[in-house]
Ligand binder design. Structure first.
Ligand SMILES: C[S@@+](CC[C@H](N)C(=O)[O-])C[C@H]1O[C@@H](n2cnc3c(N)ncnc32)[C@H](O)[C@@H]1O
Length: 264
């Protein structure tokens, strides 16, 4: 329906079309400049975090994975197991299509090649894809507004929780966002890492013709919510990058690496 703004769980299940989302935001080589710059910013920070940044370990849980795998490409070199999660069943199906190399799966090769270039050898991109497929062991439903966020799934405490561009879409207000971060802290071992990218001053984004809203967050609100959830911020990178206005209305991006304190 023209003009309707979608928000939260049920709307995602009914209205979110993975392929529309992927072609708008992840066309990369053939896409729009603003979206390409944001993917490059994400990949550079993820590469740094999971290489010289020293974040690694046994299990990484990706919260709100959506239909995307770009956020896992550097992490798969330093984690034994990755668990991808999302609210929306059709996103999990899209992920499985790529993981199982099924017909119609999204072509991530230009982004995979970019990550391999960052890591020093662009030619190993097919090896990298195979490595990621081996490392993602589970694809689970999740709802960050519920306790526990992964429902009845039995998962070990993780060494890292990754969540990119999801929490601001999942939470209608700051209190829900703060509570959701505390739930993510509960998924981590003490000393475990939170790695997150948040769109600042987010108003809405388009998935095909559908408009989805979320919570409007300032940098300071994100930082305080992370600290109040029991994390110590180790590294942050706030930039004025914004999406093409036709696709998403935000003003800036905030990348944060934080560590769960002993008492959290
Ligand atoms: C903008 S997409 C981000 C996808 C991907 N992480 C990326 O970096 O492009 C937002 C995602 O949040 C998910 N989501 C919405 N509500 C959620 C909730 N309550 N719990 C977990 N995920 C949710 C949606 O299904 C969607 O995949």
């Amino acid at each position: 329906m023209a003009g309707k703004v979608y928000m939260g769980g049920e709307d995602y299940e009914k209205e979110f079309t993975p392929k529309d989302y992927l072609t708008t935001f992840y066309s990369f080589d053939s896409g729009t400049v603003a979206e390409q710059e944001i993917v490059k910013f994400s990949l550079q920070n993820l590469y740094q975090t999971f290489s010289t940044g020293g974040v690694g370990g046994d299990v990484l849980i990706d919260i709100g994975s959506g239909p995307t795998i770009y956020q896992l490409l550097s992490a798969c070199e330093v984690f034994r197991e990755i668990i991808a999660t999302d609210y929306t069943p059709q996103n999990l199906q899209e992920l499985q299509k790529w993981l199982k190399k099924e017909p119609g799966a999204y072509d991530w090769s230009s982004i995979v090649q970019h990550v391999c270039e960052l890591e020093g050898d662009r030619s190993r991109w097919q090896e990298k894809e195979a490595k990621l497929r081996r490392t993602v062991t589970r694809v689970l439903r999740c709802d960050v507004t519920k306790t526990p966020p992964l429902g009845s799934a039995q998962v070990p405490l993780a060494d890292c929780v990754l969540t990119f561009l999801a929490m601001e879409c999942a939470c209608p207000d700051v209190d829900t966002y703060r509570a959701a971060l505390r739930r993510l802290a509960g998924l981590l071992k003490p000393g475990g890492h939170l790695v997150t990218l948040v769109t600042l001053r987010f108003q809405h984004y388009m998935v095909g013709p559908k408009k989805f809203s979320g919570v409007y967050l300032e940098k300071e609100t994100v930082e305080k919510a992370i600290q109040d959830a029991g994390f110590q911020v180790l590294r942050c990178n706030c930039v004025s990058l914004s999406y093409s206005e036709a696709y998403c209305v935000n003003d800036g991006l905030y990348f944060v690496v934080a560590r769960k304190g002993p008492s959290a």
